[in-house]
Design a protein around this ligand. Structure first.
Ligand SMILES: Cc1cc2nc3c(=O)[nH]c(=O)nc-3n(C[C@H](O)[C@H](O)[C@H](O)COP(=O)(O)OP(=O)(O)OC[C@H]3O[C@@H](n4cnc5c(N)ncnc54)[C@H](O)[C@@H]3O)c2cc1C
Length: 400
């Protein structure tokens, strides 16, 4: 077991308190995805808008008993988001700030880009997007077809294409968009884009679960992008575009896993609290659920510690993500079984948890993609390095 030290335990306790207060809004957020913008006075949600920004650019970390938290390490995020998902994952995903785009800017941005991007995020509550998936390119993200072209060598770039299932696409004021400047994996680049730029159109996409997160599509029609908004322009081609998203996913996969753990905990606790008169067999089943949750939780924390030590050590992160997505889905469905045939009607919070849990499967690579990644890593053996393999994920294996 990776026990939390006092510092992380403080963060956990604060997150737990905040998200217990936010949970009563969960069903309202499910009905009305504009509600989170009116809940920003609550620090659990509002503070996310000013965290996940590197210390060099963030003068205002969360301070608890003298300890500063920037939510930049995977472990801090895992601790926070497990409690947030236990409260309401959709509300947490609807927070302002830059959880994904900010991590990419950290990995690929130059000094000026970081100052501009983080400055914008900190100036006022600002939602950001990370636009990678396309209508025909989900798991196979490396096959993306959005283009970034320019007519003159020193002139502006033009962005054309469509992105889909993008978190906070509609609320987002700025974000990152992945596009192709040439063929192959090295021909993928990322650009900083403002939502109000001419040619950008955002539309919500209807989803069954995580409705509050309000996924959306982005149509990009001849959107002008200044050369200084291309991320990684100061880096070699092998360290730009795809390398950036692989690194970002490595860092954030344990965080998605922690969201699955949080959802599972919420379902398990709901049964413990609301279901009276358990039979011996039911008690055993519930205890089994608890043990399973604890196992995935340990794996998730280990994965976070591993990527914090070496961001290319993503194998445990793949395993944690795939185990946690399955855990969330199965635990929420099993929890419904404790309430009989009418459970989905009579227990709307539990019904929502089951819908939301399905979403975890698709975030940052599906179970099959993680399984392929783990498989490639095992076949190749050796270190935990990243190998670009043309899928949404990466191979966890030796470099080469
Ligand atoms: C809550 C949520 C938030 C999201 N946020 C973002 C975001 O902010 N930005 C963004 O760009 N995207 C985002 N996505 C999109 C997400 O990344 C994609 O849904 C995901 O990559 C899967 O792509 P797809 O939906 O096209 O499914 P597909 O890739 O079409 O997959 C469908 C099924 O086929 C299987 N499959 C696909 N390829 C293979 C293969 N080679 N071998 C075996 N099985 C395979 C998959 O496992 C899956 O079961 C989000 C999705 C969700 C649900």
């Amino acid at each position: 077991m990776i026990e939390l030290d006092r510092r992380h335990a403080l963060l956990q306790a604060q997150a737990r308190e905040w998200w217990a207060e936010l949970r009563p809004h969960a069903l309202d957020v499910d009905r009305d995805p504009t509600l989170p913008a009116r809940l920003l006075h609550h620090p659990g949600l509002g503070r996310l808008g000013t965290l996940q920004i590197p210390p060099a650019y963030n003068p205002d970390p969360l301070t608890l008993s003298g300890h500063h938290f920037f939510l930049m390490t995977a472990l801090e995020r895992v601790v926070y988001y497990e409690e947030a998902a236990r409260g309401d994952l959709a509300t947490a995903l609807a927070a302002p700030g830059a959880p994904m785009a900010g991590a990419l800017v950290d990995a690929l941005g130059d000094e000026e880009q970081k100052e501009w991007f983080y400055g914008r995020v900190l100036a006022e509550p600002t939602w950001t997007f990370f636009a990678l998936t396309e209508p025909e390119r989900g798991s196979d993200a490396a096959g993306l077809t959005t283009t970034l072209t320019r007519e003159a060598r020193e002139g502006p770039w033009r962005l054309n294409g469509t992105k889909r299932y993008v978190g906070n696409a509609v609320r987002g004021r700025l974000g990152v968009v992945f596009a192709r400047t040439g063929g192959g994996p090295l021909g993928v680049n990322a650009a900083l884009v403002e939502a109000e730029a001419p040619g950008v159109t955002a539309e919500p996409v209807a989803t069954l679960g995580l409705r509050g997160a309000q996924l959306g599509s982005l149509a990009l029609e001849s959107v002008e992008v200044a050369p200084e908004r291309i991320l990684g322009r100061h880096l070699s081609p092998t360290r730009r575009g795809m390398a950036g998203w692989l690194r970002t996913f490595n860092l954030l996969r344990p965080v998605v896993a922690s969201m699955g753990v949080g959802l599972a905990r919420a379902a398990h606790e709901y049964v413990r609290t609301c279901r009276a008169g358990l039979t011996r067999e039911e008690q055993c089943r519930l205890d089994g659920m608890e043990r399973r949750i604890e196992g995935v939780r340990r794996l998730t924390r280990r994965a976070a510690v591993a990527v914090d030590a070496d961001v290319s050590a993503g194998q445990l992160a793949c395993m944690a993500k795939l185990r946690a997505a399955r855990l969330a889905e199965e635990t929420t469905l099993q929890a419904l079984e404790f309430f009989g045939a009418g459970a989905r009607f009579e227990h709307p919070f539990l019904e929502k948890l089951a819908r939301d849990a399905r979403g975890v499967e698709y975030m940052e690579g599906t179970e099959n993609v993680q399984r392929l990644s783990v498989f490639h890593g095992l076949v190749r053996g050796g270190s935990h390095g990243l190998v670009q393999d043309g899928s949404h994920g990466f191979r966890c294996g030796s470099h080469g």
